[in-house]
Write a protein that binds this ligand. Structure first.
Ligand code: ADP
Length: 191
């Protein structure tokens, strides 16, 4: 069983590469961002409570996303393993996640970090906003806020995994296929 944390700034390509990995290896997948967008689209009480955070480009509260992931772990037991996409995004989430995975005896194997230069990120997000209609990708101010928060509270999560010798950096520039090949080379080593 392989549990991978897929990490990177907004626009680094986590969602795209997660879909490729799911297709290739049959891993389970949870994107906390997708779960939140789905809750908002269905106007559930949780979705309604998250709307403001997303619109401003802020992070959702730790408790809510931790519960989301705990729920996923409890319900979806994929024997191959799982990709955690966009989670954990704070040190607090990472600590709670470790405890959760220890309770299930399924520790995180490694964090795979997609490294992409800042100018490329902003460009990709604006392009995605035009194509997908994601509101948080269409407003330059919101995008800037997300990238700022990434640097302020999320980037240090990489050090958390590095301290456990579980941090693997991958060049996130180039074509989708080139990036996928780099990621698969890492995953194949662990399988
Ligand atoms: P991106 O990585 O491009 O920002 P995501 O789909 O991963 O896209 O996330 C979209 C939004 O959902 C984030 O800007 C944030 O507001 C919220 N979100 C997603 N994951 C988390 C998380 N682990 N903790 C807090 N907020 C989250």
């Amino acid at each position: 069983m392989l549990n991978i944390v897929l990490f990177g700034a907004p626009g680094a390509g986590k969602g795209t590469q997660a879909a490729r990995l799911v297709g290739k290896y049959g891993l389970g997948h949870i994107s906390t961002g997708e779960v939140i967008r789905d809750e908002i689209a269905r106007s559930t009480p949780m979705g309604v409570s998250m709307e403001g955070y997303i619109a401003r480009g802020e992070l959702a509260p730790d408790e809510l996303v931790i519960d989301m992931v705990a729920d996923y772990i409890a319900r979806r037991k994929n024997p191959v393993g799982n990709i955690f996409d966009g989670f954990p995004r704070t040190v607090r989430q990472a600590e709670e996640f470790d405890k959760l995975m220890q309770r299930h005896s399924t520790p995180v194997d490694f964090m795979l970090s997609l490294e992409v230069p800042e100018d490329v990120l902003a460009e990709r997000l604006l392009l995605r906003g035009r194509d997908s209609g994601r509101a948080d990708d269409s407003d330059e101010q919101v995008i800037r806020n997300r990238i700022r928060i990434y640097h302020e509270v999320t980037e240090v999560v990489a050090r958390y995994y590095d301290a456990q010798n579980k941090y693997v950096a991958v060049d996130g520039t180039g074509t989708v296929g080139e990036i996928e090949a780099r990621i698969c080379a890492v995953v194949d080593k662990y399988l």
